[in-house]
Design a protein around this ligand. Structure first.
Ligand code: DQA
Length: 145
């Protein structure tokens, strides 16, 4: 099984960025941790981070050729990118939306996700464990398909 893990804008700054909200762990550390956790699960992970909407969309399109599922933390694009939503909807790959923080208990604008309706699940507020939970859910979906 092959899974694409996308992180959107500003997530490259994890570790430095608002550590009170996002913790002190870097994106690289999260990716290495996930890679390690995925080994016994027999899942191949491919990571992608970009601050650019179009690059994220191109990567989602490309995943059609090789991936069995997508885990995406769209960053602030979560709240307004209909283009990313349409891309996820177009490729028909099971997609899980993950947020490190609890977006339901922050500013009002974060409570709305335009991405959620095209995802099979939304996981919030679990830090890096949210990505792992997403992986387990994708494996379960693949097994029961
Ligand atoms: C985030 C939540 C978003 O509202 C914010 O813009 C981010 C990070 C999270 O992982 O909690 O960049 O997606």
């Amino acid at each position: 099984m092959k899974v694409l893990i996308i992180n959107g804008p500003n997530l490259n700054l994890l570790g430095l960025r608002n550590p009170d909200v996002y913790g002190e762990v870097t994106l690289e550390q999260i990716e290495l941790w996930l890679k390690d956790k995925s080994k016994p699960l027999n899942v191949e992970l491919q990571f992608f981070q970009s601050n650019h909407e179009g690059a994220i969309i191109d990567t989602i399109h490309d995943a059609m050729k090789w991936a069995d599922g997508i885990i995406i933390n769209p960053g602030a694009f979560t709240h307004y990118s209909y283009a990313i939503r349409d891309a996820i909807s177009a490729v028909i790959l099971p997609t899980i939306e993950v947020h490190l923080s609890d977006i339901m208990n922050r500013e009002d604008f974060r409570k709305i996700s335009v991405i959620e309706p095209v995802c099979v699940a939304q996981i919030i507020g679990q830090g890096k464990f949210g990505y792992l939970e997403g992986l387990h859910q994708l494996i379960h979906i693949k097994k029961s398909a």
